[in-house]
Design a protein around this ligand. Structure first.
Ligand code: SAM
Length: 248
């Protein structure tokens, strides 16, 4: 059998291409690409001319049988998305799940991933985090997701586009409270890379004042809810103290 290489590609800066990424894309017989035009641009930049075919959310399931067939006949294939790591808010999950089920080898060629790059510089707790991908476009559904996460103590990570960044931050302020700390990482590895760190309400004001701050691609990271927010009333604490005198 051949194998599938899941290859991460740059999220903005082409200097993040690794030797292993280049060698893998050059040696496989085909590349499954989310957008073949974008991938050809990347390939021409690195001097690779491996043929590409499209594999995106709308055709992935139809193409599974043929990809499995090609791999079983000994071909190796690389999977890439438009930017970053495939399967992370990008196509590839049905393919990888199917190959794993059929015991066909899947090999990662690790590299850029916006959420990991963002978390590594945010200065928010990084020992536990929850990646939620993109919030829903519709306000109701978005707010329901946020409600579910309200008491979560791990750092929350979201992907966001310029169209919805303001609406999402406004909903977060509504559900998590305006004081909750948030860090947004914009245009990572690109010319206008910016990291903003503030309370939700201050950040919203900042984006209102400076329109440039809502342009580009974002990772939004929200500090988890405070631990021990168990509301014990002062009376209850007093009572417990009094009672300890009577306990053995
Ligand atoms: N698979 C990609 C990865 O590994 O990060 C993510 C693909 S997803 C379709 C695109 C989203 O990732 C953008 O809307 C943005 O939220 C985030 N993103 C991608 N590149 C970014 C960058 N350079 N700076 C900040 N966020 C980025």
């Amino acid at each position: 059998y051949g194998c599938l290489y899941v290859v991460a590609t740059p999220i903005g800066n082409l200097d993040d291409i690794s030797d292993r990424m280049r060698q893998t894309l050059a040696k496989v017989s085909k590349i499954a690409a989310e957008d073949t035009r974008r991938t050809r641009q990347l390939l021409s930049h690195i001097g690779v001319d491996t043929p590409c075919f499209s594999l995106h959310d709308h055709n992935e399931r139809q193409k599974l049988d043929s990809i499995v067939h090609q791999l079983k006949s000994g071909e190796s294939i690389a999977l890439v998305s438009d930017a970053g790591t495939p399967l992370i808010s990008d196509p590839g999950y049905p393919l990888v799940a199917r190959l794993r089920a059929e015991s066909i080898k899947v090999i990662p060629i690790p590299g850029p991933c916006a959420l990991i790059a963002a978390l590594s510089v945010a200065g928010l707790p990084s020992d536990r985090f929850i990646f939620e991908g993109f919030l829903a476009a519709k306000p109701k559904a978005r707010q329901l997701t946020l409600e579910r996460l309200k008491e979560e103590t791990a750092t929350l990570i979201f992907y966001e586009s310029s169209h919805r960044i303001k609406a999402s931050l406004a909903d977060m302020a509504k559900v998590f409270g305006p004081e909750r700390r948030v860090v947004i990482a914009r245009e990572l590895t690109k010319t206008f890379e910016t990291l903003l760190d503030a309370s939700l309400s201050d950040l919203i004001t900042r984006l209102d004042v400076d329109a440039n701050q809502s342009k580009g691609e974002f990772v939004v990271m929200v500090k988890g809810a405070e631990k021990n927010k168990l509301c014990i009333s002062p009376e209850a604490i007093k009572l417990a103290e009094l009672l300890t005198d009577y306990l053995p």
